[in-house]
Design a protein around this ligand. Structure first.
Ligand code: AMP
Length: 183
């Protein structure tokens, strides 16, 4: 593991780190400064879609809430549909639901049961992967509907927390643009 941040310099420069948010000891990697930087936002989306050039991706699934912003842009660029994965109780139609682990306790996320069709190629998008619990839950929801999850994509990886390796162990390739040591 590297003890300095690695990845595209323009993206690293555009991400802001907030110490002790939301609680003491956490270094919050804030991508709102990347989103408001037109060059960096475009660069990040261009990098995220690059592996899928020429491939037909039917759906991009985004995890609430920052995964919606990135996933919408990725879906547009790939000419794919977009599927939201939301916190419990937010989706109006029939849902599939899964419990996933947070640092303290568990939460539930949901997807519309008719959002993806069996066999469709889906790319999962979120801003950051830490322990991987959130992404694992989302992948299980998608696979439970028969989706072929071809990749999970994140702007930020915290590799010391092992999330990206956990997702690779599920057989889903992981793409990240920048990595920070620690948590
Ligand atoms: P995890 O399930 O542990 O992989 O956590 C991933 C989710 O928590 C993502 O949706 C992130 O937005 C958020 N998250 C976890 N750690 C951080 C952090 N250090 N900075 C910003 N967001 C984080």
């Amino acid at each position: 593991m590297s003890d300095t941040a690695t990845g595209h310099p323009e993206l690293l420069a555009a991400i802001r780190t907030i110490p002790d948010y939301p609680k003491p000891g956490i270094l919050f990697r804030d991508i709102t400064t990347l989103l408001s930087n037109a060059r960096a936002f475009r660069k990040a989306i261009d990098e995220l879609v690059q592996p899928f050039a020429g491939e037909k991706i039917e759906q991009v699934a985004g995890i609430e809430a920052r995964g919606f912003i990135l996933g919408g842009a990725v879906a547009h660029q790939l000419s794919s549909g977009f599927v939201p994965i939301r916190k419990k109780g937010k989706l109006p139609h029939a849902t599939a639901s899964i419990a996933y682990s947070l640092e303290y306790g568990i939460d539930e996320m949901e997807i519309h049961k008719d959002a993806v069709k069996a066999g469709e190629k889906v790319v999962l998008v979120d801003d950051l992967i830490a322990t991987g619990g959130t992404a694992e839950g989302a992948i299980k929801l998608l696979q439970g509907l028969g989706a072929n999850v071809v990749s999970a994509c994140f702007i930020v990886d915290l590799p010391d927390l092992g999330g990206a390796d956990k997702i690779r162990d599920l057989g889903v390739p992981v793409q990240v643009l920048v990595s920070y040591p620690g948590h």
